[in-house]
Design a protein around this ligand. Structure first.
Ligand code: ADQ
Length: 462
């Protein structure tokens, strides 16, 4: 295979456990070809100090990690402003939270152009270039403008919204036109692919030629759904290691007389955290037999705290947790344990396995890997139950979870009650089928599917 070049906003050293399944999978594809991983260094320099755009390269095994520093003002506009203040909310159906007026688009363009300028000289003619996520939509177009003719693919980790929502972004046409600079577009779900097809048909009058090939703006692009998976074996090995076993033993001991429910998320308004807490309160109200027993452990890792909407969310969650604990708590039982902190990855399998139920109830999510990790961590002889939002990309593959509408407080409370009381045989059957699905479509399958599609012969010009 040709050398693989991966580009993403942040890069990770694939040899470290903390890096997670995606980094491991990309890392193994990169290692197989002696590849290059390119992204932002995580460092900002004061604008005008001259250090911006400096390129660093280091080796991790036979993989080269190349990063650039960004000027503070560019980073603010590109990352906080346009990527997370416009694209993230709109792509998660939250037009109300998008700030279209700040002019951050210029910074977004500048950083994509800078990435292209630094990356182009590092590319060999037959490299395969795989660009990740909404921060870098125009990168291929910038590279093409510099004369790069390599095969380029793009994978969107977050959902693509319906056409009318996408069209609310003032630069929507430019964004979609930029997508046509790629050879291959990958989405998480069939729903996203349908949204793409409808947008290009209605707004760009694209011709849908053969299966999954769209022609518009004088170019052709292939678009497909490639649902991302986890590295099941790696996660299960992590579950057998001392840290996870120790976590499991501690949880079992401390909550011996309780039933644990778990939620693990980044603190983000797309994850449906206030709605989840309200559903849990409804569970305690409507099914009092769960009082003194059902305990929700909600971990919400700090994320993008300098974006206003995130600070509001934090206050709302703290208020709700206090209200529920105040209303239902007893001297020896607190219904909600809320932590505004990340859990070390090596402890996650233990936490999942100690839990009878996982509440994975985003209002909208590209995929949601927590749902998959929870299933992979269960004891097949006595597994817990997954309550999963129908608006997570994962719902398309995980029909054996209890699928819920996260906006419907009653329905989520009912599903949670059903999960807490599901007979062993049904739990096992559901878990077996879910696990078989995870294994068939794990992160290595995802990576192979995408790269195979990227290497299929180029499309004839329209
Ligand atoms: P995220 O929105 O970050 O990712 P998700 O898929 O749920 O969401 O989680 C990614 C990883 O972060 C998982 O491995 C999970 O264990 C870890 N994680 C989440 N919260 C954590 C916490 N509190 N402590 C420790 N670890 C935590 C985006 C998209 C998703 C898509 C992924 C991958 O929004 O829809 O599934 O990319 O494509």
């Amino acid at each position: 295979m040709a050398r693989l070049v991966v580009v993403s906003n942040r890069i990770a050293d694939p040899r470290k456990t903390a890096a997670g399944g995606l980094a491991v999978a990309l890392g193994s594809a990169l290692a197989a070809t002696g590849g290059l991983w390119f992204g932002w260094s995580g460092r900002t320099v004061r604008s005008g100090d001259g250090g911006e755009g400096a390129l660093q390269q280091q080796r991790a095994g036979n993989v080269t990690l190349a990063t650039v520093d960004l000027a503070q003002a560019d980073h603010d506009a590109y990352y906080l402003g346009y990527s997370n203040g416009v694209l993230w909310p709109v792509f998660h159906n939250r037009l109300d939270l998008a700030d279209f007026d700040r002019g951050d688009i210029d910074g977004y363009r500048r950083v994509n152009r800078l990435f292209a300028q630094r990356l182009a000289p590092l590319l060999a003619p037959d490299d395969l270039v795989w660009i990740h996520d909404y921060h870098l939509i125009p990168l291929a177009a910038e590279l093409r403008a510099l004369g790069c003719r390599q095969r380029m693919g793009f994978f969107l980790h977050i959902p693509l919204p319906p056409p009318l929502l996408l069209a609310a972004i003032p630069q929507h046409e430019w964004l979609v036109r930029s997508l046509f600079a790629y050879d291959l577009l990958g989405f998480q779900s069939q729903t996203d692919l349908v949204h793409f097809g409808r947008y290009v048909h209605d707004e760009a009058r694209a011709e849908h030629r053969a299966d999954n090939v769209y022609a518009a703006f004088g170019r052709s692009v292939r678009a497909q759904a490639f649902p991302i998976g986890i590295d099941v074996d790696e996660f299960q090995r992590l579950g057998e290691a001392d840290d996870a076993q120790e976590t499991l033993a501690t949880m079992r001991e401390q909550y011996a007389r309780r039933r644990l429910l778990v939620g693990v998320d980044r603190m983000d308004y797309s994850k449906g955290l206030p709605q989840r807490l309200r559903a849990f309160r409804r569970l305690l109200h409507d099914y009092p037999e769960n009082r003194m027993s059902a305990t929700l452990i909600q971990i919400a890792a700090p994320s993008r705290e300098s974006v206003d909407a995130y600070a509001d969310l934090r206050r709302e969650l703290e208020g709700l947790t206090g209200a529920i604990n105040g209303e239902y708590g007893e001297l020896d039982w607190m219904p909600v344990r809320y932590m505004h902190r990340a859990v070390a990855r090596k402890r996650l399998p233990g936490l999942y396995r100690a839990s009878a139920v996982a509440l994975v109830t985003p209002l909208r999510d590209g995929m949601n890997l927590v749902a998959k990790e929870f299933v992979a961590a269960q004891d097949p002889a006595d597994p817990g139950v997954l309550v999963l939002s129908r608006f997570a990309g994962a719902a398309e593959q995980m029909g054996d979870a209890l699928l819920v509408n996260p906006y419907d407080t009653d329905a989520v409370a009912q599903a949670t009650q059903r999960a807490l009381h599901m007979p062993l045989e049904e739990r096992r059957a559901r878990n077996d089928r879910l696990l078989a699905g995870l294994r068939a479509h794990d992160v290595h399958w995802w990576q192979r599917q995408f790269l195979d599609a990227l290497q299929t012969p180029p499309l004839p010009p329209p």
